[in-house]
Design a protein around this ligand. Structure first.
Ligand SMILES: NC(=O)c1ccc[n+]([C@@H]2O[C@H](COP(=O)([O-])OP(=O)(O)OC[C@H]3O[C@@H](n4cnc5c(N)ncnc54)[C@H](OP(=O)(O)O)[C@@H]3O)[C@@H](O)[C@H]2O)c1
Length: 276
């Protein structure tokens, strides 16, 4: 029987599906991570987003193992950190992540940043293609890649990432990159979908939230999901974690969408991937 969030799966070009809303685990302290990831799962999330950098892969793995759900009903993403670029280094980093998770499968493995100054991301991508071909990871993708980085790995290997996880929110809607993604069959995944919470007292968004009887966070997440974007909001209380999944039961109207579009400034909360 399909699980309750079956309808929210976004199709990937490799034939698999990713639940559109995931629980983001950056800055979720290891001491709280197993409990909060488990809270998310119990509230209906079927997707966890972590990374070697976050220091909570073990806790994410524990939450998955103790959830009582069949493993195939949960989607787990991790990411290779910047000091593990290179072919052999990437294979070793993947093994280290899997040992920390204590899981026998990973759904999605991403290159966290291209780090152009090292100029090794093409070799790293070749290693991820090998991991996928050997069935050690189900899907492979990237994060923080500009179009020119994407073009390079696709030209070198013939393999497009299934997703590119990038900073994306109303200040930074990534319109040009999305056009490239669409042409290449890459799904867009938004990190810091709430601009790290900095958008939440915006005077343009507050009346929209009041009109729909929702929170500002829910309005912003509804804006994302209506565009087919995968989102991974992070929150630290059960109430907020639950709120962030309840974003499919109302729709923004044209005036709301136009007002949100007016917030675009191009401002990033994180660094530019070409700055590394
Ligand atoms: N690939 C990358 O390079 C990269 C970079 C950054 C992030 N990420 C991923 O993206 C995820 C999300 O990004 P993020 O954590 O930077 O920022 P975010 O999800 O945009 O915002 C998180 C902030 O918003 C607050 N918040 C969340 N839901 C709320 C709600 N319903 N009401 C009020 N406040 C709410 C949280 O507060 P509390 O925590 O206090 O509840 C937290 O301060 C990360 O956890 C990580 O998985 C990836």
């Amino acid at each position: 029987m399909p699980h309750p969030l079956h309808a929210l799966l976004i199709a990937l070009h490799d034939g698999r599906g990713i639940p559109q809303v995931g629980y983001g685990m950056y800055k979720v302290p290891a001491a709280d991570a197993a409990r909060l990831a488990r809270t998310a799962i119990d509230l209906g999330y079927r997707h966890l987003d972590t990374a070697a950098l976050y220091g909570n892969e073990a806790e994410a793995g524990l939450a998955v193992r103790e959830s009582g759900l069949p493993r195939e009903e949960l989607f787990v993403t991790s990411k290779l950190w910047n000091d593990d670029h290179g072919y052999d280094e990437a294979l070793r980093a993947f093994d280290a992540s899997m040992a920390r998770f204590g899981l026998d499968r990973l759904d999605l493995f991403l290159i966290h940043w291209p780090v152009p100054s090292q100029d090794r991301y093409v070799d790293t991508w070749r290693a991820l293609v090998r991991l996928r071909d050997e069935g050690r990871v189900a899907s492979i993708g990237v994060s923080n890649f500009h179009a020119h980085h994407l073009r390079r790995i696709i030209d070198a290997t013939g393999v497009a990432p299934v997703v590119n996880q990038v900073e994306l929110h109303p200040w930074l809607p990534q319109r040009e990159l999305r056009v490239f993604h669409k042409a290449a069959g890459i799904r867009t995944e938004a990190w810091s979908p709430l601009a790290r919470g900095r958008l939440l007292d915006d005077p343009v968004l507050e009346p929209i939230a009041a009109k729909h009887g929702r929170s500002v966070a829910q309005v912003v997440l509804a804006w994302h999901v209506a565009q087919g974007t995968i989102v991974i909001p992070k929150a630290s209380s059960a109430e907020r974690i639950a709120q962030n999944l309840d974003v499919f039961s109302f729709e923004l109207d044209e005036a709301d969408v136009a007002a949100i579009a007016s917030l675009e400034t191009g401002e990033r909360t994180g660094r530019d991937p070409d700055g590394d």
